[in-house]
Design a protein around this ligand. Structure first.
Ligand code: PLP
Length: 398
């Protein structure tokens, strides 16, 4: 038997992708599964973006490209940053990668040394801790409070910081909570980062998908002087419904991007060439697509949240962005179905899948065991039917 590396033994496979695979397999076997586990919009990639991808193939853009991505796409990314935020980046400060996830992976491979600590606000996106670990770093969770709408808490950040802290993740709107970090909290944590020289990794993958009247607070808009120690991570996967095209991008100080390019040059070379041209069309064409999606998501969110909140013992923070609800079911932990006790979020999500044919993701995967995540990037019909099944399943617990 071939022995495996310690590095791979210390991390789990992505639980969200695993639940999705299980739900799809059950569905293929004929089960009437309602799938709330997936982290992708239920919209198709816009037609003009698909056309650009096809045209790129026809025009022979089928070879290796520059490692950090074609210059036109990096220019377009700089343009978007200027238009959307007033930020000035040049193309040597941009890397295009094989999805946002790959960008994050490159960042930590490029900056962490063994034992470096990275602050991870929890609930966190599933892949943050494993990515830090794969780079030899140590993820340190910073618990966020449901009662404070999962806002970043500067006191908890300060309490978890040590002299080994190198970086902090920010993800606002957040997957899995949909929460948005307040200006006030960003300012306090940003000042801490300035004083102590932390790298800020701002994962903005959901920034175009918000349900607020006011603009989304951003760390670099609050404290522009942090630019030299911030890496922005973004991509087209969510905002242009392009999860399968695998294009993400990072922006940061040129020497860090150069180091990330070195990693990329020795691992994946460049992101898929035709997909880069499709992303170029997405970023240079009409920018109303994310708004169209969020307008469709809004009534679904409203229904989902209020129906969850109507269940005795269940609480659910109203998400300000992204497309997930993250209800707290812990009042039901300790109850049983047919003599089998439900003790945690994994057992709860299994129970929903087995008894209600509802696929969700246990909160434990996000470092928050009281909760279960459901995506509302699915039809209202499915959400209504899913809620009926969830309510019935919870009522059957004794
Ligand atoms: N960051 C967050 C918070 C996400 O939820 C996701 C996708 O689920 C990503 C990054 C990565 O997106 P992708 O690699 O599909 O571009």
């Amino acid at each position: 038997v071939i022995a495996l590396a310690d590095r791979v033994l210390q991390i789990p496979p992505s639980p969200t992708l695993a639940v999705n695979a299980k739900a799809k397999a059950l569905k293929a076997a004929g089960a009437d599964i309602l799938n709330f586990s997936v982290g992708e919009p239920d919209f198709d990639t816009p037609a003009h973006v698909c056309e650009a991808g096809k045209k790129a193939i026809d025009e022979g853009h089928t070879r290796y490209t520059a490692v950090p991505g074609i210059p036109e796409l990096r220019e377009a990314i700089c343009h978007r940053f200027r238009e959307d935020h007033g930020w000035d980046y040049t193309i040597d400060e941009i890397q295009v990668s094989c999805g946002g996830k790959h960008g994050l992976y490159n960042i930590f491979q490029a900056v962490l040394n063994p034992g470096d600590e990275v602050l991870v606000p929890a609930p966190y996106w599933v892949s943050y801790p494993p990515m830090v670990q794969l780079a030899g770093g140590v993820p340190v969770t910073v618990d966020l409070d449901e009662k404070a709408d999962f806002d970043l808490n500067p006191d908890v950040v300060a309490a978890k910081a040590t002299d080994r802290t190198r970086a902090i993740f920010l993800n606002s709107p957040s997957n899995p909570t949909g929460s948005v970090f307040s200006r006030k909290a960003l300012e306090a944590v940003g000042k801490m980062a300035l004083e102590r020289g932390w790298l800020i990794v701002s994962d903005d993958i959901y920034e175009t998908m918000t349900y607020m009247d006011e603009p989304l607070p951003h760390i670099l808009d609050v404290l522009p002087e942090l630019k030299e120690q911030t890496i922005i991570l973004n991509g087209v996967s969510k905002s242009f419904a392009m999860t399968g095209w695998r294009i993400g991008y990072s922006a940061g100080p040129a020497h860090v991007i150069k180091a990330m390019n070195k990693i990329q040059s020795q691992s994946t070379s460049n992101p898929c060439a035709p997909a880069q041209y499709a992303a170029l069309a997405a970023l240079t064409g009409p920018q109303d697509f994310p708004r169209t999606m969020t307008e469709a998501f809004l009534p679904r969110r409203d229904f989902f949240v209020s129906d969850l909140e109507s269940i005795p013992g269940v609480s659910c923070v109203n998400p300000k962005g992204a497309f997930y609800v993250f209800p707290n079911f812990s009042a039901y932990y300790g109850k049983s179905f047919k003599g089998k006790k439900i003790e945690d979020s994994v057992a709860m999500a299994d129970y929903f899948l087995d008894e209600a044919q509802v696929a969700s993701v246990p909160g434990a995967a996000f470092g928050a065991d009281a909760f279960v995540r459901f995506s509302f990037a699915t039809s209202m019909e499915v959400i209504k039917e899913g809620m009926e099944r969830i309510k019935k399943a919870l009522a059957a617990l004794a």
